[in-house]
Design a protein around this ligand. Structure first.
Ligand SMILES: O=C(O)C(=O)[C@H](O)COP(=O)(O)O
Ligand SMILES: N[C@@H](CCC(=O)O)C(=O)O
Length: 424
């Protein structure tokens, strides 16, 4: 099959624009006539620093990241961030508590400080998770693994209001947030379950403002497709492999004020009170201090992300707003067709939380779902519509409507959805 005959709806890694890959292929062989490819140059070279700095600046411009926040490029994927967010928020919490105790009693000795901190840990240290799908659940489970269950609170679990399955978000009035959690974690778009937060939760407004509670958002699947209220978030992170670029780099947008608290943090003290300490490569302050080059970074991955951003900036004069409108239009087209044939397609999540990025549905035509879905995938493959299988944990069909899918691609799928529904 030829590349131009394919529209790829894979959930991640996603497709990349062909012109970006052509530029990348040439840069891999010989970057700017240096006789060396971009992946062969040292990550300590000025050339590499330029690639990193330009990518960061273009990301900040496209997403309108305010000067209060810094951009870090890290490794370890979403799973690495499940850990990093826990380690770093615990260290911020310990440092904030230490400063409070010392302010109240400047001559306190270390033994008493440790005693007071230990009491605080028992009575107050809680990390809150809003569990709305498989990815926030994984993040929550990782926090329990690192800290133990007493320090981790599930403030809401969507499965409780949907017969044990994800697909809804509970009304905010039912959430059970801790009194002063060290962190509140949400996953803005659940790739596996097709659930997206319709807007930033009212209950969390201004919670991030004083750095006492860190508000963390996983934006892996919606990044560059939607405006983000950065002022409401302490940390926003996302893997590159959906809308930004190749698998291998993970971007963290973090409040600079937290970096300052983290750099004053005392790992020795955290260890003495029985709390885990961030490994160096997951420590946000270390990444920031080294301009994301503490250890070898894939500059090629950063270069590709930079090319995607250049293309987005050239395509959308109104930046992320332009892409947001287009993403909404493509999603509306596809959901419109799915909803027109209720006897053939059943969208999985509730209408109020349908994702614009990952459209999850079952094919019920003829009554035998497995058979109907196999026929659906077969017919789609014949037309070059690929990557439509749902995540292995839930099955069904999933259309990932990432930025690389243009209007013509979405239209091609819409036509197939209609043809499949109306064929005998
Ligand atoms: O959120 C998603 O969707 C993802 O695919 C995860 O962010 C992937 O996490 P890693 O496999 O990169 O750990
Ligand atoms: N990003 C993909 C793949 C994740 C995986 O299977 O590990 C997804 O959510 O479907």
């Amino acid at each position: 099959m030829k590349r131009e005959d394919v529209v790829y709806f894979g959930a991640g890694p996603a497709g990349l624009p062909t012109d970006v890959l052509t530029t990348a292929a040439s840069a891999l062989l010989n970057y700017q006539e240096t006789g060396l490819g971009v992946a062969e140059h040292s990550h300590r070279s000025t050339l590499a620093a330029d690639i990193v700095n330009t990518m960061k600046a273009d990301l900040a411009e496209f997403l309108e990241i305010p000067p209060s926040h810094d951009v870090l490029i890290m490794q370890g994927g979403g799973s690495g961030q499940f850990d990093a967010t826990v380690y770093n928020s615990v260290l911020v919490w310990v440092e904030t508590q230490r400063q409070k105790i010392v302010r109240a009693n400047p001559s306190i000795n270390e033994e008493d400080l440790i005693k007071q901190l230990q009491q605080k840990v028992q009575s107050d240290l809680r990390l809150d998770y809003l569990v709305t799908g498989s990815w926030s659940l994984k993040a929550n489970q990782e926090a329990v693994r690192l800290l133990g269950p007493t320090h981790v609170n599930v403030a809401t679990d969507s499965r409780k209001l949907n017969d044990g399955k994800f697909g809804k978000i509970a009304d905010e009035s039912t959430w059970q947030l801790s009194d002063k959690p060290a962190m509140i974690y949400l996953c803005e778009n659940e790739t596996v379950d097709g659930v997206e937060w319709p807007s930033f939760p009212k209950t969390l407004e201004s919670r991030a403002s004083d750095d006492q509670t860190l508000v963390v958002g996983d934006f892996s699947s919606t990044i560059l497709s939607r405006r983000i209220p950065f002022d409401q978030f302490s940390i926003v992170y996302f893997g590159a492999q959906k809308n930004l670029g190749l698998p291998g780099i993970t971007v963290v947008v973090i409040k600079k004020s937290l970096l300052s608290i983290l750099s004053q943090g005392k790992p020795d003290l955290a260890r003495k009170i029985g709390l885990p300490v961030p490994p160096t490569i997951l420590d946000y302050a270390v990444a920031a201090k080294n301009n994301s080059l503490y250890n070898t970074l894939s500059i090629f991955d950063v270069f590709v992300a930079g090319q995607v951003l250049k293309k987005l900036l050239a395509t959308f004069p109104d930046k992320v707003r332009g892409q947001e409108a287009l993403s909404g239009k493509k999603a509306a087209l596809l959901y419109g067709v799915l909803d027109s044939y209720p006897e053939v397609y059943k969208v999985v999540p509730d209408e109020s939380v349908r994702s614009r990025m990952n459209l999850c549905f079952r094919v019920t035509k003829g009554g035998n779902v497995d058979e109907a879905e196999r026929a659906f995938i077969r017919g789609a493959t014949e037309r070059g519509l690929l990557g439509l299988k749902g995540h292995r944990s839930v099955g069904g069909i999933r259309v990932s409507n990432y930025n690389v899918v243009d209007e013509a691609g979405a239209q091609k799928l819409a036509t197939y959805l209609k043809d499949f529904a109306t064929s005998p």
